[in-house]
Design a protein around this ligand. Sequence first.
Ligand code: FCB
Length: 439
Amino acid sequence: MTEHKPFPSSFTWGVATSAFQIEGASSADGKGPSIWDTFSHTPGRVIDGSNGDIACEHYYRYKEDVGLMAGLGVDAYRFSMAWSRVQPQGKGDWNEAGWTFYSNLLDELAAKNIDAHITLYHWDLPQGLQDEGGWLNRETAYHFAEYAAEVARRFGNRVKTIATHNEPWCTANLGYGNAQFAPGVADMKQSVQVSHHLLLSHGLAMRAMRAVTPSCELGIVLNQWTADAATDSQADRDLAAWEYARSVQWFMEPIFKGRYPEYALQGHGPNAPVIEAGDLEIIQGPLDFLGVNYYFRAFCSAEEPPRKPEGKLGFTDMGWEIYPQGLTELLVKLKGEYDLPPIYITENGMANPDAVTNGSVPDAARIDYVQRHLAALQAAMDEGVDVAGYFLWSLMDNFEWNSGYAKRFGIIHVDYETQERTLKDSAHWYREFIKNQRA
Ligand code: FCB
């Protein structure tokens, strides 16, 4: 597992982060609070009791961080904007200091020849909108579209792509289904309704952005997986079918086919969402790209307790099964089901219990993980899937949501006491890998 045959010369090599996970400066220069500020300051919500107040101090250290990216030789950087930094309440007045931060970041990236890939929403809803019902309130979708249009108007000619949402599955299912993420609600009926409003907001935002930025590529980022039945039993096979329909097709079908998957709609029963006339026409529409985040497959067991996958390649520090072939299977399956635009793998990577010893961070497991997933990606491309780029998650260790700072996903190690950044072995490997791809 070392040498790769070359990827296409036009292939984009990148790294990814998100605002709440790295920026810190949670109330600096007029930024309003987000639901993750509120959630992480609520005792018991984050495993290590931490929050995003300081994080990686990227807000103050962005030049240093872009310098690190340049040193890696990446083509592209995927990051998200904190909505409440540019519009503290999520509606009404803009906060110019917030816009200035992102504008400076874009300048810095341009100076280093690194393409910017913006995500508008990576889970940090302005608390002001949450106070009015958050994503359960249909109005939030319209506020989101206004924010999207303003980003596109200001930055559309300075960035390569804009994605509306990151992983709306998580917002709906973890934010509203099992309370693991902000805003911390556990109610499946609300969760399904929220997923519809997220999709509606995507459709509204796409239209609003198209009207003001003709040049920028627009799309969405979905976390996806194949769903495998643990055994051949009917119960396990039914569960796998349900899982794929409710998680993958639930987001793909409305966008690509203008309808919800019938199997999932029926399965939701009384939890099925209220859909207003015209909503699906708004949601359906061409994407310039589809972002796919891939970490693991769904392993579906109806037994109690559920069977666990064997994990031939092991499990990450999150307990996630390492299953690269799932990436090939997923992409090939999607290609068969939908008329796909070019795909970016917008996230892939692993948590590992890394530590600095004598100035270096040996993380061979991560190098192996990435290499195997790149090989799996090539296998999908060999079968005709159009993949335009790969973004490693993550540039650096950061606030891993309800796991706090305990889980490290970076290829750069962050010492949270000193904010010192140290390149892990995987960062050195990625730099050499990209260089060789170009040679
Ligand atoms: C994804 C998130 C990202 C990060 C990785 C590990 O679901 O989009 O912010 O937490 O998982």
